[in-house]
Design a protein around this ligand. Structure first.
Ligand SMILES: O=C(O)CCC(=O)C(=O)O
Length: 207
C-alpha cells in the first residue's frame, strides 16, 4: 500500500457486505434511540445536528467486523488488532455542520504511543454533497502537529500552503485506511439523505 505511506491514506481491499451495512445501520439507529450500556450518544461539539455514537466496539458485532476489515491493512492474516475507539458520525440531511480539520492522534490519548491506523467506513454512498471525508494529502508526513487532534487557525493555514486537499468519494461499506497523523475532516451534508459513517482507531497487537 504505497499510497498509505506516500499520501497518508488508501482504500482497503476488504469491505462490508450489503447485509453487514444494513445490520450496522439498524444498530446505530437503535443506539441513538436507546443506548446500550457503555455506548455514548452525544452531539458533535456544540452542533445540535451531528449525532456522535461512541464506544461502538463494545458491541460484539462492531468489534468483529472492524477486526475483519483490519485484515486488509497488513498482508499477514495472523496479525491481531486492538480497537481503541469506534465511533459513528450521523449527519442528517441538509446539515450545515462541518467536522473541522484534525488528526486522530493526541498527546493525551491512551493509544498515541502505538502504531495506529484509522479506518473510515461509510454506510451509505459518501459523496461531495453529503459530507464525505476530506483529507490533506501527505499531511501525515510531519507527524503529530502540536498536541495533536484539532488544529488551530495558524497550524491549519501553514498546512494548507503545503498540502492539497481532496474529498474522497467512497461507496457503502468500502474502507479508507489512514495514518493517525493524516489531517482530515468532513463537509456539510447538503443532500436530502442522512449520512452515516463509522471510524475506528486500531493498532496491531505487539507480540
Ligand atoms: O465521519 C466523519 O464525518 C468524519 C469522521 C472523523 O473525521 C473522525 O472521526 O476523526
Amino acid at each position: 500500500m504505497d499510497s498509505l505511506k506516500r499520501d497518508g491514506y488508501s482504500l482497503l481491499r476488504t469491505r462490508l457486505t450489503e447485509q453487514q451495512i444494513e445490520l450496522l445501520t439498524h444498530l446505530i439507529r437503535q443506539e441513538c434511540k436507546s443506548p446500550s450500556d457503555g455506548i455514548e450518544v452525544s452531539y458533535y461539539e456544540d452542533a445540535r445536528e451531528v449525532r456522535k455514537v461512541g464506544r461502538l466496539h463494545r458491541l460484539t458485532v462492531f468489534k468483529s467486523l472492524v477486526e475483519e476489515l483490519c485484515k486488509g491493512i497488513y498482508s499477514d492474516p495472523d496479525t491481531q488488532w486492538e480497537i481503541h475507539r469506534c465511533t459513528c458520525f450521523r449527519k442528517p440531511a441538509y446539515c450545515t455542520t462541518e467536522l473541522g480539520w484534525h488528526q486522530d492522534s493526541a498527546i493525551t490519548w491512551e493509544s498515541s504511543s502505538q502504531d495506529c491506523y484509522v479506518l473510515w467506513i461509510p454506510l451509505c454512498n459518501s459523496t461531495t454533497d453529503n459530507g464525505t471525508l476530506r483529507v490533506a494529502v501527505g499531511s501525515h508526513q510531519g507527524g503529530r502537529i502540536g498536541h495533536g487532534n484539532h488544529l488551530n487557525e495558524g497550524e491549519l493555514q501553514e498546512l494548507l500552503k503545503n498540502h492539497k486537499t481532496k474529498e474522497l468519494e467512497v461507496r457503502p461499506g468500502e474502507c479508507v485506511v489512514m495514518s493517525e497523523y493524516l489531517v482530515h475532516g468532513s463537509g456539510p451534508n447538503t443532500s436530502s439523505r442522512e449520512r452515516l459513517a463509522i471510524n475506528a482507531i486500531v493498532s496491531p497487537v505487539k507480540r
